[in-house]
Design a protein around this ligand. Sequence first.
Ligand SMILES: O=C[C@H](O)COP(=O)(O)O
Length: 318
Amino acid sequence: MAQSSALPDELAAAARGGAALSGFLRGLPRVDRAGLERHATALAGRSVKRTAKQQALDVAIGAVDLTTLEGADTADRIRSLCTRARNPDPHQPDAPQVAAICAYPDLVRPAVDALAGSGVRVASVATAFPSGRSSTEVKLAEVRLAVQAGADEIDMVIDRAAFLAGEHDRVLAEIAAVRAECGSRHLKVILETGELATYDNVRRASWLALLGGADFLKTSTGKISPAATLPVTHVLLQAVRDWRAATGQLRGVKTAGGIRSTKDALRYLVAVRDVAGAAWLTPELFRFGASSLLDDLLLQRRAQSEGHYGTAREIPVD
Ligand SMILES: O=C[C@H](O)COP(=O)(O)O
């Protein structure tokens, strides 16, 4: 079913679906809810050295998928977003570019044109985002069109109704089919964790996505509440950490939806470093999906370089 070459036997069997998949998902360790939330809270409260802040702000800016996913989006609006992505703050020419812009499929083409030669990638949501309620055929057609228009990355949503009904083979098959349609383009699999009800389900969905060929696990669409949280991001980070231990393959995490402040962004960076490892503090392996976070990151960066903030606002990144 899903791609299984180069995987250890147990994972290769699970990636083919059926009883091996059911057994694998049943055998995943249960999430200790209280322990997870305690750990996430403890990490969020860590204090830091002042010298780390500038570096952390730049890591955060470079990890942003600058997002607009509004019904009123236009090509002009996308071009403005791309101008910002290339050069986030004209007053801070040394500020890094963001990792990518993220938009609906019909706006990929103007984004690709506006970002040509910049190194900023174009990500597109697809597969009947945000609900995922369409046939696999329609979802694959949408992915195909986004790829043909030049998207570098596809952010798909999983079929949450099928997942919650226990139809894991169906969810896996759809992810694998989208994976195949993406070709060499990066595939981010949106779990929409706010609809998955339990951390155990978030863990199962994470492994399904990895078995189906995800390059990134992504928490949320940003269209329902709760969106990203620190505990669910921990669960995704644990999954990619464990996937690497089992397979040697690096997979990324994108936390998305409702992240608007530098303070929150830095808490996520601390979680990335602590749970997955410092190797994940790169746009190749960690992203923020956010429509307005960049504004605050740039304000804080400017304040930092002008020396307006004291140690109370510093963050733990080294
Ligand atoms: O994937 C990104 C989200 O849709 C953005 O959510 P946000 O508008 O809450 O930052």
